[in-house]
Design a protein around this ligand. Sequence first.
Ligand SMILES: Nc1ncnc2c1ncn2[C@@H]1O[C@H](COP(=O)(O)OP(=O)(O)OP(=O)(O)O)[C@@H](O)[C@H]1O
Ligand SMILES: [Mg+2]
Length: 263
Amino acid sequence: MVSDREGREFDRKLEEMGIRIKDEDSRKVRGEVFDEDTLLALYRLVHRKKISAIGGSISTGKEANVFLGEKDGKPVAIKIYRMRTANFKAMADYIIGDPRFAGVRKTRKDIVFTWTKKEFANLKRAHEAGVPVPEPYAFDRNILIMEFIGEDESAAPQIRNVELEDPEGVYGAVVGEIKKLFQDARLVHGDLSEFNILWHEKPYIIDMGQAVTREHPNAGTFLIRDIRNINRFFSSFCPVEAEDALVREVTGGSVRSLAEKDR
Ligand SMILES: Nc1ncnc2c1ncn2[C@@H]1O[C@H](COP(=O)(O)OP(=O)(O)OP(=O)(O)O)[C@@H](O)[C@H]1O
Ligand SMILES: [Mg+2]
């Protein structure tokens, strides 16, 4: 933990760099996340005019912190992978099977930076395929800037915290997005659950650092797990389709043999 004094010291550094601070209360969180490298990356993003201010903390996760930020007076989300506590062994396992990132060195820094770049690339691919994800705007080292999903300054809730009016319709929409992700973006999310879907008039899929291409050796296993998670969540609210039928629907049959093996 950083002390209040360290937090203040830290905010002073940010302000010296021309980074405007919008939320006094997040001082301690900021102090914890921004080591010198991260600070420098943030500074570059400000100078590239990708952000103009940093605001309150939206979330402190296992590997990353998410802050509200501002660009041209409009909110953006700033996701920062922590260098110290990052679960980089698991990250390395995902990166190594991905042909897009062949040849990455395995130091902690390289893995975390590649992970951030991979989340940017995954979000971009998904966005271009028309899957509702936050549009990615920029990245630098361990920092990703993306579209803020929410209203004014309050972030959209995770779907698990929303009382859905039409759960069956939302279930259908989520299945449709998994299919679009697989068929058009040619990606498998790999960590899909009620924690990584936000609700803002419709479901938005987030947190795509671990998403893999269809060629990845674990793509089939991840897809089945994603589908299983979604079925488990929605089965409390509405009827759901059988898992193997869904896998067939999403893939057009291409990982059916894997699905059968897995049962
Ligand atoms: N673009 C966004 N707009 C609004 N809120 C967001 C956005 N991205 C993330 N959030 C909020 O931050 C939370 C954490 O984000 P995300 O799931 O991407 O990271 P994480 O779960 O902490 O990742 P990891 O487990 O890899 O550390 C989300 O559940 C959501 O509440
Ligand atoms: Mg998450």
